[in-house]
Design a protein around this ligand. Sequence first.
Ligand code: ZN
Length: 268
Amino acid sequence: MDDDLLWNDLMNLPADPPVKRDICSLCKRPVVVCFCDQLPSERLNPVCKIVLLQHPAEEKRPLHTATILSLALTSDKFIIFRGTKFPQSKHSGLHAILNSPDTVLVYPTSEAVDLNELPKVTDSSSLRYNLVLIDGTWPQAKTIYNKSKALHSLKQVKISTPRGSEFTIRTQPTDNCLSTLETAAEALAVLENKPTVKHDLLRPLSTMCSFQFSYGAVVHESKECRLKNHTYPKLIGKRLRKLLENTSTDRSYFTEIVENHNLVLNKS
Ligand SMILES: [Zn+2]
């Protein structure tokens, strides 16, 4: 009985009031993990425009990288539309962007050409790309693409990078998958031949990642890397297998991983 009373007393104790944390007015993150001093001193004003098609769930993620783009680029060079299908009537202006001959979709479909094959932007040319990116987890991005027929007819480009993502907080499906910010930074730097743009855009990301590590976040290696290191615990599903096969530059390398490590392909 005494135990019951004690338990009731404990249950009825008021909860501690929430601890108030100072929030940065720019990045909306707690000031102790604010990355704003790593943003370019002046907003970058590239020739091309970044057009982000963002899954609604992405906005709520604490580590989404679109915030860095919105704070680092001038407002006319970064446009964001939210939804799970594009375009919709609420997406004012997107229809015209998707119908522009200057618009390309940066998304790795089987028809996508390498970014380096696109004509570069030069001072004398009138090229002004609208670079459309899908922002979400890989399954979300795939669903958005499949549901958005208007994206299918766009010129599609992919980015081949020998290095993996530097954004190691969130697991990327393969070593050469990049976060939205890295993709935008790479595309702008290559098409406008300005490596400094990439450096300026990725500096806050690097700081954000180091905060996460110092606060105890686990380094998420890509599934490809974990397969290589025998640490991927599951059967390889059909979707992952297909993705690895499509994105691996050397098909025999994938086969070798599977065969040498006795991994089981899930055929279902
Ligand atoms: Zn901040």
